[in-house]
Design a protein around this ligand. Structure first.
Ligand SMILES: [Zn+2]
Length: 294
């Protein structure tokens, strides 16, 4: 991606390097396994999913003491700058769309960077769970080591993959602002957590967030020529498999096996592409179409 000269959002809360006593950390072995899984997923290997793997790894978590106010590395600073630029792009695009659509004022979410573990309006956030959006405090939580891992595995082509991760979580914020998220969560608890019908609602929510990420990419690219077409498919393919908000549903008591709640890769690709190609939010009909036509 080309973000030369782009502004950075100020809606960022940096909790990195903050000491909060004992933190949960992953042992070296577990970290290695995660890296390997990320690589496998980015190469299209199998139907593995990070959420369930992390659940299995839970027992391997070890207590570590955090360093007091450690220095951030240059790469960590770069990733924070990149993320704040992407967030700024989503603010510009969604402010304009909300205005055009008469959806009222777009109030941007806050992006929180943290190390390892942090308190959120949706319970305790842990980096092992991946980036997520919490509607209770309207914040996106990201441990940037997640992106560092992606970058190491994907190289420069990974830029759009983690931009997509942020845009997908912002997509959930848009769902929240339009009332879609609240309505869906209500439906899901009526249907009963983990029931097939609740899972369908979850898939519709996820596909809509993918679609919204595509809409953002369309407008960001139209305005700034920020995307390089060649990167798109590979990056998206990876991001869709690892950019998840597993924790949010878990914290709200509606966690279900990932394979049943996110739709197939093909579905996710379809909606992201549709958003990217049209840039038109009215095409995001994931709640209108029959489930077998998503
Ligand atoms: Zn999501």
């Amino acid at each position: 991606m080309d973000l030369e000269g782009r502004r950075q959002s100020t809606n960022v809360e940096d909790r990195r390097g903050m000491s909060s006593g004992a933190k949960l950390g992953l042992g070296g072995g577990a970290t290695g396994i995660i890296m390997m899984l990320l690589l496998m997923m980015c190469q299209g290997g199998g139907g593995l999913d990070l959420g369930s793997v992390m659940g299995q790894l839970g027992g391997n978590m070890v207590q570590t003491q955090s360093g007091e106010g450690r220095e951030l590395t240059e790469q960590e600073q770069e990733l924070a700058t990149f993320s704040a630029q992407i967030l700024a792009g989503t603010e510009d695009v969604w402010t304009e769309i909300f205005r055009q659509k008469g959806w009222g004022q777009y109030t941007p979410p806050t992006l929180v960077f943290y190390d390892t573990q942090t308190q959120t309006g949706c319970g305790t956030g842990q980096s092992a769970m991946g980036p997520f959006y919490c509607s209770a405090d309207q914040k996106l939580y990201i441990d940037l080591s997640f992106f560092q891992t992606m970058r190491q595995q994907l190289g420069a082509d990974g830029d759009f993959a983690y931009a997509f991760v942020i845009a997908h979580e912002v997509g959930h914020h848009v769902e929240y602002l339009t009332g879609r998220l609240g309505k869906a969560h209500q439906q899901m608890s009526q249907y009963g957590q983990n029931s097939p019908r609740a899972n369908e609602v979850s898939v519709r929510l996820e596909l809509l967030a993918d679609f919204y990420a595509g809409v953002w990419a369309h407008h960001d690219n139209a305005r700034f020529k920020s995307l390089q077409p060649g990167d798109l498919e590979e990056a998206i393919d990876c991001a869709q498999k690892i950019g998840d908000d597993w924790l949010q549903r878990k914290a709200q008591g509606s966690a279900v096996p990932e394979t049943f709640t996110h739709g197939t890769s093909q579905q996710r690709m379809r909606w992201l592409k549709l958003g990217y190609q049209t840039g038109d939010v009215s095409e995001g009909r994931t709640f209108d179409l029959p489930y077998n036509q998503l």
